[in-house]
Design a protein around this ligand. Sequence first.
Ligand SMILES: *Cc1c(COP(=O)(O)O)cnc(C)c1O
Length: 224
Amino acid sequence: MTSTDSTAASRLSDVRAGIARAARIAGRDAAGVTLIAVSKTHPADIIRPLLDAGQRDFGENRVAEAADKWPGLRADYDDIRLHLVGQLQSNKAEDAVALFDYIHSVDRPSLVAALAKAMTALAKRPDCFIQVNIGDEPQKGGCPLADLPALLDTARAAGLPVIGLMCVPPADIEAAPFFALLAKLARDHALPAISMGMSGDYETAVMLGATHVRVGSALFGARD
Ligand SMILES: *Cc1c(COP(=O)(O)O)cnc(C)c1O
């Protein structure tokens, strides 16, 4: 093992231990939480040690970057699950459907239509999350809270396999109330999956019901 490999492996076991601790406190089974390693900006040789340590779910926020990196890695590890966690332009919908197994950022009717068309064309249906703008922040991606019921109806009618909700809460304030709200919305709409929690707050997210946490810097170190 090189030192990079052992760093990756020990960070991974630290984050897994954090998830297990939070799950125990909440009386949950840690097996119900999927750790997504968000590898955006990091090249393939930084990702490989995590793959060698057993990690299989990875997140990227740009379609073009993912298309560069992942086909090569997939040739070596055949059971990788790739999650799109960043905003998606409708004209990249077909590329995204081709590349990803999960799409966490469905946030508007025009994107629902583009994804439905791409899924039919490619006969491939990645599981989808509706991203909710949980803090109603003007500059943020995600569907406005008030539009969630209508967007869910639209997505279901279009045949998208919607499994859950996703959010990125406002920065610099306590995330827990926003996590609790997202979990309530998921319950209200009978959606089993909840994608929330990042490096700074994934344990809180697990305590409040996250089924998918998206962790980047705690696994890979700071991004440039
Ligand atoms: C980058 C990113 C993450 C990971 O953030 P860290 O703070 O590095 O853990 C999670 N979710 C989304 C949507 C991201 O863009």
